[in-house]
Design a protein around this ligand. Sequence first.
Ligand SMILES: Cc1cc2nc3c(=O)[nH]c(=O)nc-3n(C[C@H](O)[C@H](O)[C@H](O)COP(=O)(O)O)c2cc1C
Length: 206
Amino acid sequence: MKAYYKFTAMAAAALMIAASCQKQETPAATGANSTEAVIENIMTRTSIRQFTSEPIGADTLETILKAGMAAPTAVNKQPWAFVAVTERAVLDSLDAAHPMARLSTATAAIVVCGDLNLAIEGPGQEYWIQDCSAASENILLAAHAYGLGAVWCGVYPTEERVANVKAALGLPENIIPLNIITMGHPAQNPEPKDKWVPSKVHYQRW
Ligand SMILES: Cc1cc2nc3c(=O)[nH]c(=O)nc-3n(C[C@H](O)[C@H](O)[C@H](O)COP(=O)(O)O)c2cc1C
């Protein structure tokens, strides 16, 4: 990772920690460099699937989980639950539960789950998927800000993966795993993909 990215990623991590613990500062108070750091963190995130054996610190993992729970949710329902996994045996059981999770070198995983008991009742129930997706992106960005690698491995709505992950973790009936976010210190350094396609943006009307 280039030195500039390292600096900006660390600055973004500091910003996220501050945001989770304190009253949020206005953009004017945080200044242009902080704003650039946050944007840079978003633009340089990319999926990482190979990791070193260095573990992730417990405090770092908790801050990443806090970033997840800082996400917006429909009607502020926060219909989620998170299973943070660092034990090798459980990571291996998740690897077996998901054909493309690539957990063999991951030192941690966060399984982001919807809690149907907390979800909106009736036709809005499926907003839990968007709520948990917002939490998932926050987790990916927080991990990246710490210089960690991560990848979102989809579980729901593939029925077999849902059943396998539920069995591996002993999840109750009302808890639905949306994904497995595998994490660790990166052992690869792929270039972020440039996905900006101006023609996909429609201003004012289609
Ligand atoms: C809903 C969803 C499901 C995904 N499932 C997997 C998966 O099972 N295995 C995997 O290696 N990556 C998975 N990914 C990661 C994507 O492959 C990756 O985000 C995409 O190729 C774009 O690359 P980037 O993350 O580096 O920008 C998933 C991503 C999303 C959003």
